[in-house]
Design a protein around this ligand. Structure first.
Ligand code: SAH
Ligand code: SF4
Ligand code: F3S
Length: 469
């Protein structure tokens, strides 16, 4: 089935702007909001858009969710525990609402887009006032207007999620780092993954729209952008005549933005053109998140990842040869249906060979509607837990080795704030996306500074500022 991309028209956006304007005249309207965000960077960025729309409607951010007039949960359903956490927190608000009945509770995001979820919310969560999906977040002004005006529950979950939306207001969390979506959705249908079902098909934003956004960010002094897409390497595949991802990176580099990152790259689509771009584009950070998922070819095939372990290692070799000092991180799933001890050992041996800076490790979680949920050979939870623990221990060893090799090197660090552990220290990220802590003046927050690495701990590096540069 092929869904056509639906570009939301300027007229539709203007209609939403009218709802936003008229909202300020509604009696009994909520004045404050709080957004609870779950899941990945896509969701974090969607929340910045939701906040932008709410502020356009005259609402202001509340300091805590129990104090807010409107609490919106932007949910994730990638694994069962993500879903349970979101539903648990929604239920928790029920008690608050007993004391503050005027409180409006909304649920949006990926979980709402799951088949049957909207009905479940209506039936089992009568205190939820509003639910909407991922493809129609732009309709928030209208939905909130209707909920307040009619005092009735509003649910809007389109089957169709393939919308391309431009021009939403964005309330960014940071003044110097910014997310920029370059494409929505996913076409890959990895057999375990629900994302293609809840985010729709791939659709790329036009290079001109992206460029305009990044130019605006550069003018405001933003130091680092993170380009977002489920598989950035297939950027432009759905727009005949458009430019490729490496060409997009070239154009974005020319805006003068100091740092560019992107996430996520799929190993099956990693191109030589992209690898070559690192050598000539100084804005590109020396980091790539390249999820492998498993080290066993049999499991990779069952996952429908469409590459082999050997191909993945070849990608790493080319990347490291062309970009000395690049750091690679990954995602790994253990206990996929049918995973034998041998398959798992293949994942361990790949972990030794690949030398990632870090890995996000997950236990397979069956998602209704995906192929893997129907596969035989479910792994008992105790074996799954034992495997993930062994994997984490090995990756920690590898991380230590990589971090230790950085001692004595100079890294440029974008300072993001005070260290959480020690308020007198600053923290930031080096080009390789590793946290670096060092002593320094808080005035440096938001700036890129040279730091010499002096020590490595389990998850961070320590250093001292290089003076006189
Ligand atoms: N588009 C990205 C991944 C997005 S989801 C990519 O392809 O790399 C982030 C990670 O969650 C995945 O890389 C995978 O490791 C994990 N994940 C996805 N579905 C899962 C499931 N059903 N069970 C366990 N982990 C899962
Ligand atoms: Fe999910 Fe695979 Fe798409 Fe990533 S590439 S979002 S893992 S289907
Ligand atoms: Fe992201 Fe979770 Fe949706 S990982 S795309 S928020 S299902």
């Amino acid at each position: 089935m092929r869904e056509e991309t639906i570009r939301i028209s300027p007229e539709e956006m203007a209609a939403q702007a009218r709802f936003a304007r008229d909202f300020s005249r509604l009696p009994g309207r909520p004045r404050t909001y709080f957004i609870v965000t779950y899941g990945c960077q896509m969701n974090a960025h969607d929340s910045e858009k939701l906040a932008g729309m709410l502020e356009d409607m005259g609402l202001t951010a509340a300091p805590a969710r129990e104090e807010a007039d409107f609490v919106l949960h932007n949910t994730c359903c990638i694994r069962d525990n993500a879903e349970r956490k979101a539903l648990g927190n929604v239920t928790w608000l029920k008690e608050i609402k007993k004391v503050r009945p005027e409180m409006l509770i909304g649920v949006c995001g990926c979980m709402v887009q799951e088949p049957g979820m909207a009905e479940k919310l209506l039936r089992q969560y009568p205190f939820v006032d509003m639910a909407f999906g991922t493809g129609n977040i732009y309709r928030l002004p209208e939905l909130l207007y209707r909920a307040v005006e009619t005092r009735r529950r509003v649910v809007s979950v389109p089957e169709e999620q393939s919308t391309l939306i431009e021009g939403l207001p964005i309330r960014r969390e940071s003044d110097f780092q910014a997310y920029v979506t370059i494409m929505y959705g996913c076409n890959n249908f990895c057999s375990y993954c629900i994302v293609p079902y809840v985010r729709g098909r791939e659709r790329s934003r036009s290079a001109d729209d992206i460029l305009r956004e990044v130019e605006g960010l550069q003018e405001k002094g933003v130091q680092e952008i993170m380009l977002l897409g489920q598989n950035v390497n297939s950027y432009g595949n759905d727009t005949p005549g458009g430019i490729s991802f490496p060409k997009l990176l070239r154009r974005l580099g020319q805006t003068g933005i100091p740092r560019i990152r992107f996430m996520t790259s799929h190993p099956k689509d990693l191109s030589d053109e992209l690898i070559e771009e690192f050598a000539v584009n100084p804005a590109l950070c020396r980091h790539m998140h390249l999820p492998v998922q498993s080290g066993s070819n049999g499991i990779l095939q069952a996952m429908n990842r469409r590459y082999t372990r050997e191909h993945y290692l070849e990608c790493l070799r080319s990347l490291r040869a062309a970009v000395p000092g690049i750091g690679v991180t990954t995602d790994l799933i253990v206990a996929f249906p049918g995973e034998t001890e041998r398959d798992f050992e293949d994942t361990l041996s790949l972990t030794r060979e690949a030398e990632w800076d870090s890995a996000f490790t997950f236990i397979f979680s069956p998602r209704v509607g995906t192929k893997a949920a129907e596969m035989p050979g479910r792994i008992p939870p105790e074996i799954a837990t034992e495997r993930i623990e062994r994997l984490i221990a090995l990756q920690e060893e590898m991380t230590q080795k990589n971090f230790a090799s950085l001692i004595g090197q100079k890294e440029s660090v974008l300072v993001t704030g005070a260290s959480r552990r020690d308020e007198k220290m600053l923290t930031g990220k080096c080009s390789r996306l590793i946290s670096v802590n060092f002593a320094g003046n808080p005035e440096l927050i938001g700036k890129i500074v040279p730091v010499e690495i002096t020590a490595a701990s389990k998850t961070t590096l320590r250093g001292t500022i290089v003076k006189g540069e």
